[in-house]
Design a protein around this ligand. Structure first.
Ligand SMILES: Nc1ncnc2c1ncn2[C@@H]1O[C@H](COP(=O)(O)OP(=O)(O)OP(=O)(O)O)[C@@H](O)[C@H]1O
Ligand SMILES: [Mg+2]
Length: 328
């Protein structure tokens, strides 16, 4: 079931119910009060902000990048990392971002949440819009609200995102606003014995369980968009498949959009409606997943696919500063 963001957030939230073969927690109160509380908290946090009208939100993509150029500095050397990206993420859509290491996938997704480190002195040219905000003009208050409730993130290494000194459940509650709701979410993402696990520290969970905890945290804010950056790379194949299935189910239950970053076209094909292929800071090709996988147009995509099929090296990497334009 895909529900649009214009539908009530209550209907979307209550659709994040446990599936029929999942047992609901014994004493979780109805969601209505929690939802009201969450809606109020969101309204309060937006008091005084010019927030986009709901109809406007429903009509516009959840995120859009227009002619985006980003350069970053490392050790005093500045390099062009994104070179004119145009991309829209539609409501309820799952978009796979694929490309080799260093192609700019993480920089692109981090820019949607204004998470690029100040230490790398980002120069940003072009337009970034996310959850109805122009990111070049967003206030600190609206940015906090966007990160807390409107965009959820799942990173490759949950240990780098989870606080090692805090119970996992309490970290989820910082976003969900209620321990009972957190326990419900922990159960929904398949963490066994969620009541007991609520008081576990991150290091006491397995890798797969930590990734599930990250997903619970990402969805706890009832987001419009989940950004998952290589969420399964560190996991073994079986757990990888489970986490991918969980992300897809979560997206269907919430009706939110998902941006799934991966270097693996096969992983993108398993989950995404649309695949965007990046190389050296540019989008070389994008289209429906089945089309990219069965009839790729760009030579670069063909090489990525061939590499996946044969496990051979996909031809020489582009020389530094050389874009893939010639091979489109
Ligand atoms: N903080 C930073 N400062 C300077 N350069 C950076 C910074 N972060 C990334 N870069 C550079 O930007 C380019 C794109 O990096 P990015 O992390 O987006 O690649 P990626 O496609 O996510 O790769 P991977 O698959 O390895 O995660 C790389 O050349 C990288 O060295
Ligand atoms: Mg990355």
């Amino acid at each position: 079931m895909l529900t649009s963001r214009s539908g009530s957030s209550e209907s979307r939230r209550s659709s994040l119910r446990t599936s029929p073969n999942e047992r609901p927690p014994s004493s979780v109160p109805g969601n209505t009060i929690l939802s009201e509380r969450r809606r109020k908290r969101r309204d309060d946090s937006l008091e005084g902000e010019v927030s986009p009208a709901p109809t406007q939100r429903a009509a516009e993509p959840v995120a859009s990048l227009k002619n985006l150029h980003i350069s970053l500095e490392r050790n005093g050397v500045r390099s062009d990392v994104l070179k004119g990206i145009d991309l829209e993420i539609g409501r309820g859509e799952i978009v796979g971002i694929v490309g080799e290491s260093g192609s700019g996938k993480s920089v692109m997704t981090m820019s949607m949440m204004k998470l690029l480190p100040e230490s790398s002195r980002p120069h940003i040219d072009g337009e970034i819009r996310a959850a109805g905000h122009d990111m070049s003009a967003i206030s600190p208050k609206a940015l906090r609200e966007l990160r807390r409730h409107r965009i959820g993130v799942v990173f490759q290494d949950p240990m780098s995102s989870l606080n090692p000194t805090m119970h996992v459940g309490s970290q989820i509650t910082e976003k969900s606003g209620s321990a009972e709701e957190s326990i419900r979410l922990m159960e929904a993402v398949g963490i066994p014995e969620p009541r007991r696990r609520y008081r576990s520290y991150p290091h006491e969970l397995s890798g797969g369980q930590r990734q599930r905890a990250m997903i619970a945290m990402a969805v706890a804010g009832d987001p419009e968009l989940i950004i998952a950056d290589e969420p399964t790379t560190a996991l073994d194949v079986t757990v990888q498949a489970q986490v991918l299935a969980l992300l897809k189910q979560t997206q269907q239950r919430l009706g939110c959009s998902v941006v799934m970053v991966t270097h693996d076209l096969g992983v993108a094909g398993q989950i995404a409606d649309r695949i965007v292929v990046m190389n050296a800071g540019e989008i070389v090709e994008q289209g429906p997943s089945h089309q990219i996988l069965s009839a790729p147009k760009a030579d670069y995509t063909k090489r990525l696919l061939a590499a996946r099929l044969s496990l051979d090296v996909p031809g020489p990497p582009p020389a530094p500063g050389v874009t893939s334009k010639g091979s489109r």
